[in-house]
Design a protein around this ligand. Structure first.
Ligand SMILES: NC(=O)c1ccc[n+]([C@@H]2O[C@H](COP(=O)([O-])OP(=O)(O)OC[C@H]3O[C@@H](n4cnc5c(N)ncnc54)[C@H](OP(=O)(O)O)[C@@H]3O)[C@@H](O)[C@H]2O)c1
Length: 303
């Protein structure tokens, strides 16, 4: 069994850590807000007060934190994990959704330290993390992936290997931008249907049952039609904006235009600017209603 360090105890990290513990691994967890580690300690994890303390002597150090700034801090900050005593066989595995620029830089820093870097952003919601059903988008040397493969067993549904470090993140950003664009297009289409007086429940069924019916459209059209707000956050508007900005920047870095990506950034920016950044992405429809000067329909309990 491996000695795993985990940086982060957010929605995704929690499920992944519990899967590692159930598989019999020893897990040392660090989180900026220590209170969030309490349930993990009760489940058998050790709690460390710095990323460095968590990483000391680990076989593999994983991270699942919010964004570039958080990742930079937990890896390379004053008490960062990369300042710990680590053997050259240690895997450094970044699971957060980050910018391509930062991930490529991190991979370089890790290689210069003589450690093995694996780019491992994940696809799947927190419930998929808790069920060990994540799709892993790997960018790494083939030999490093093969050596690390057993570590991924408790958390993976599928493993996709795209190429060297950075390619996992590149694909994740392309994938998430496509997903965000679908949510944005759906919110606009539902609002157009509403404007001409179509019942949104009927619209949701028709979108879901036809060629438009991607998993995003099926799940989000039902929630938009129902008009429920303030549900447990699956994917916040703020995170949609973060991922879409990183995605558009990636396209520009490789000299490709991202017309739809920029439009998607624009609508999620409007959602965040309206103070709705912590709302579910499905509530984008309310942000678009506000811009159009259309009142929100009442929630189901108030109808
Ligand atoms: N939720 C999803 O459906 C989903 C799916 C796939 C991938 N992802 C990606 O997975 C990563 C984690 O997402 P999540 O949903 O688990 O987010 P989350 O629940 O909001 O957790 C964010 C984590 O990042 C830490 N953090 C934030 N800012 C920090 C900073 N400046 N310094 C140090 N730590 C900081 C938080 O610490 P505190 O507890 O102290 O705030 C927490 O541990 C993100 O990159 C996200 O894009 C999410």
């Amino acid at each position: 069994m491996a000695k795993i360090a985990f940086l982060g105890a957010g929605k995704m990290a929690r499920g992944i850590i519990l899967r590692f513990l159930s598989a019999g691994h020893a897990v040392a967890v660090y989180n900026r807000t220590t209170e969030k580690t309490v349930p993990l300690k009760e489940a058998g994890a050790t709690v460390a007060l710095t990323p460095r303390a968590a990483a000391e002597g680990a076989d593999a150090v994983f991270s699942s934190v919010l964004d570039d700034a958080a990742s930079r801090l937990v890896w390379t900050g004053p008490d960062g994990a990369l300042s710990a005593n680590l053997s050259p066989s240690t895997f450094i595995i970044e699971c957060s959704t980050l910018s391509h620029d930062w991930v490529v830089e991190l991979a370089r820093i890790v290689a210069a330290r003589g450690l093995r870097y694996i780019d491992c952003p994940v696809a799947g919601r927190p419930d998929a993390a808790a069920a060990g059903q994540l799709n892993l988008f790997i960018g790494a040397k083939g030999t490093d992936l093969e050596a690390a493969r057993p570590l991924f067993e408790p958390i993976r549904k599928n493993i996709f290997h795209f190429g060297p470090a950075g390619t996992g993140t590149a694909f994740k950003l392309i994938y998430n931008l496509m997903g965000a664009t679908q949510v944005a297009a759906l919110a606009e289409a539902m609002l157009a249907a509403e404007a001409v007086g179509i019942d949104l429940h009927v619209a949701a069924q028709a979108f879901s049952g036809g060629m438009t019916g991607s998993p995003h459209v099926i799940s989000h059209s039902a929630v938009m039609a129902e008009g429920k707000r303030g549900q447990a956050i699956a994917f916040a508007g703020r995170n949609r904006l973060k991922d879409s900005l990183y995605g558009v920047r990636l396209a520009e870095k490789f000299h490709r235009q991202s017309v739809l990506g920029n439009a998607t950034v624009h609508v999620f920016e409007q959602m965040v600017n309206q103070g709705m950044g912590d709302c579910n992405d499905s509530e984008l429809i309310d942000a678009l209603r506000a811009i159009a000067g259309v009142p929100r329909p009442p929630e189901p309990s108030q109808k």
